[in-house]
Design a protein around this ligand. Sequence first.
Ligand SMILES: *[C@@H]1O[C@H](CO)[C@@H](O)[C@H](O)[C@H]1NC(C)=O
Ligand SMILES: *[C@@H]1O[C@H](CO)[C@@H](O)[C@H](O)[C@H]1NC(C)=O
Length: 418
Amino acid sequence: MRSDGILGVGRGGGSDQNRATASAVVESRRRWLKRRETWLVLLGVALHAVYMLSIFDIYFKTPIVHGMDPVPPRFSHPPAKRLILLISDGLRADKFYEPDADGNYRAPFLRNVINNQGRWGVSHARPPTESRPGHVAIIAGFYEDPSAVTKGWKANPVEFDSVFNQGRHTFAYGSPDIIPIFCSALPHSTWNSYPQDFATDASFLDEWSFDQFESLLNRSHHDPKLKELLHQDKLVFFLHLLGCDSNGHAHRPFSSIYLNNVKVVDKIAERVYHLLEDYYRDNRTSYIFTADHGMSDKGSHGDGHPTNTDTPLVAWGAGIKYPRPATGHSHSDSVASFVDKHAHDMPTPYDWGLNRVERVDVNQADIAPLMTSGDSGANVKRLEQETDAKIEQLKKEASRISNDVVAMLLKHVTTVKN
Ligand SMILES: *[C@@H]1O[C@H](CO)[C@@H](O)[C@H](O)[C@H]1NC(C)=O
Ligand SMILES: *[C@@H]1O[C@H](CO)[C@@H](O)[C@H](O)[C@H]1NC(C)=O
């Protein structure tokens, strides 16, 4: 006897016919149970799938609000005609500012700038501290939306505006993972990137970007059209320097190769500066040097540890203030521009030797309005507008949802009643 025991039949005697009917009933009952089980399992799987998808639907939404009015620039006569953006991928703040074992600083040129010519600080990145979200924060002024993870942080799930888009022309050289994000769909851009796995020593990648830039200026001596373009205003030159990132992954940030790459990057900043000052001789170039994210001691990045989020920022050139002596105990910290919860008041380590120069920290996404309007407060203004737009959108959605919910509940209630 098998499972017919539940029904309590087939135990004691009875006629053959009775037994046959009983076992037929049992058989059909068993089949019915089995079907029900299958349905139950399928229902369970379907429900779990719906729950899991709902997480994506609810949280993985783009934060970009479309149709905003551009914030007008603060100056009618901007002090700069062109902007140089140097991003050293994976360069963490402490390795950049601190001296080496012999007491020599690794970035002598940029230190000289900090002490005599421009402003410095720590730019606070936000996790995920990956290259793409970092560059999007610097160049487009918002923190990458989580929906980009569905494209592997490669393509743009939603089109967005950027500093490059608002300029007259952008020249960009660097990694094939970064440059095309901003430039491939931009008609007013000239860009180039090296093939993947291009060099064995990664600092060579930095040299490549510089050579491209130098040969652009060289070409302009024989190309009147290019020369004319280079003398227009609203130009952006972007050099993406991947060396520190690759060397940090391969050899960790304590290795001599990584530390040497910091020197290479400083040298490139110096060469770019002298090249441009020689080329234009008009004092109307602004320079921004920063990094997209840091590098943890293990040679990785992505999380919110200070080694990953603290990156250097050095700004100098047209329109940028000269250094000021530090006042009081700490660097200036303008409360309005820090809307997230970073520990901005990390004191300047003594061995950086910069305690006497005023330090200006920024959130990474504030670099974009700094580049466009010279005012990192503009981001606060934009955020206010965006928040208004978002609240309006939420209100609209809420009213739509509640109608749907009410309709569904009503329908349910009526079916139960019938
Ligand atoms: C650009 O021109 C200078 C001076 O003529 C030369 O030394 C340099 O090698 C050239 N650079 C490139 C990348 O062609
Ligand atoms: C550029 O600045 C330097 C140093 O301040 C000054 O000597 C020079 O005359 C300026 N050049 C122009 C074209 O304004």
